[in-house]
Design a protein around this ligand. Structure first.
Ligand code: SAJ
Length: 403
């Protein structure tokens, strides 16, 4: 039996996937509300294919509880926040979960950490917890997750994976467990290499996005079309530039590269600059809003609306979202009043938030597309007659502004 600790964005799909492939799984989380929602037969976030997978897993006998289980295999998938000031990873939740597991884990149990951590964290923070608890019999493994929100179920099945272990034989055993559902290649390596690959993958994407954002700024400065330029460059066989946008959100691309900057400040220069470039994009958009208002003789900020609150399209996750960053920045400049709408966010989370696209569009003259949800792409006719700042180049309307 596998006990998955932390049944959030990663732990839940992982637990469900294993259960629906014949593994006996119990998910444990200290959040009672989350556990009771799952036990009531409801998923806790929206994700393509998750509800169907949930049904299959329930039929297969998956269980959820707040109690830690006595078993031979644990998978820890709790969040790893980072300290905004020092830019270092804070393994506090991982260590707390590990300590809780140690209270029940039998001799020789295997503890798989899926949470993203910076290279060396398992050695520096997790192993000491085992040593202090007198539990060096526990086998430590790191199996960093790789699934992308919006396509998690597909990617769980098809992505290649990395397993880092102290002991090759244990690594192979864990590989077998993941192979119960994973159709990709599974590489077994050591723990520190596994930690580093995970952070490097997200850093690669962050740096590439920063490059696109910097190009957008250069092109704006001299009135060139960044999208046309990227499109043509990408026709070169060895060039693959990503897309500029209003900023970078989510819990991974906007966070993980900072771990390398925090740990290697005098070495991680390109990464540091890239992260600053991405973090500066919401402010860049705010400046564009003021410029465009001026061009159009607009003075009333309350007639401007931000479309989208989530960190990317067609998900309901708002963590570190560019829209939230922009609103925060606006408040810092002592200016407020922007209206906001997102079809995926039902609760009121910010001021001046709308819950219906038509009411939102009636209330504004200027729409800023912060997130390219399918809804706005499919209903762009509704934007006719409005001033539009399209931060993702998804509108085919004449006269739209770009970043
Ligand atoms: N973005 C751009 N331009 C682009 C692509 C993305 O501005 O061309 C922005 C998005 O709008 C979003 C942010 O970047 O705000 C991040 O989105 P994403 O779709 O690139 O990635 P995440 O954060 O949802 O998921 C990433 C994935 N990592 C990589 O692709 C290397 C995923 O595979 C990881 O599992 C995940 O991080 C994680 O949990 O680490």
């Amino acid at each position: 039996m596998v006990n998955v600790i932390g049944i959030g964005y990663i732990g839940l799909p992982t637990a469900l996937m294993m259960a629906s492939h014949g593994v006996e799984v119990i998910g444990t989380d200290y959040n009672k509300e989350l556990v009771s929602t799952l036990n009531a037969g409801k998923t806790t976030f929206k994700e393509k294919g998750l509800d169907e997978l949930f049904k299959d897993a329930l039929n297969a006998g998956v269980k959820f509880t707040t109690e830690y289980q006595k078993t031979d295999t644990y998978i820890v998938s709790v969040p790893t926040p980072y300290d905004k000031f020092s830019k270092k990873v804070d393994a506090v939740y991982v260590v707390a979960a590990v300590k809780d597991v140690l209270t029940v884990a039998p001799q020789g149990a295997t503890l798989v950490i899926e949470s993203t951590v910076s290279p060396g964290t398992i050695e520096k923070s997790v192993r000491p917890a085992l040593v202090e608890g007198g539990r060096t019999d526990i086998n430590l493994v790191h199996a960093p997750e790789r699934i992308i929100p919006g396509n998690m179920v597909y990617e769980l099945l098809h992505n290649n994976r990395t397993i880092g272990a102290d002991d090759r034989a244990i690594g192979e055993k864990v590989k077998e467990l993941y192979a119960s559902f994973c159709q990709g290649e599974i590489v077994v390596t050591d723990i520190k290499t596994a930690e580093m690959t995970k952070v490097v993958e997200n850093t690669f994407r962050a740096v590439n996005i920063a490059f696109a954002n910097e190009l957008a700024k250069i092109c704006r400065h001299d009135n060139m079309d960044v999208y046309e330029i990227i499109k043509i460059c990408n026709m070169h066989p060895r060039v693959n530039i990503l897309q500029p946008g209003p900023g970078v959100g989510g819990h991974c691309i906007s966070v993980d590269p900072w771990f390398l900057v925090g740990d290697y400040p005098s070495l991680a220069k390109v990464i540091d600059e890239s992260m600053k470039t991405n973090d500066g994009m919401p402010d860049f958009v705010l400046n564009r809003i003021y410029e465009i208002m001026k061009d159009n003789g607009m003075t009333d900020i309350t007639r401007v609306g931000l479309y989208g609150l989530t960190y990317k399209e067609n998900v309901d996750d708002m963590r570190e979202s560019p829209t939230l960053q922009l609103l925060e920045s606006q408040e810092r400049h002592l200016a407020t009043g922007l209206k906001v709408y997102d079809p995926f966010i039902e609760k009121d989370v910010v001021n001046n938030q709308y819950h219906n696209i038509d009411d939102f569009l009636d209330a504004v003259d200027f729409v800023v597309i912060m997130v390219k949800h399918s809804e706005i792409i499919e209903s762009q006719d509704k934007l006719k007659g409005k001033i539009v700042l399209d931060c993702h180049n998804v509108c085919n309307i004449e006269g739209v502004y770009h970043i």
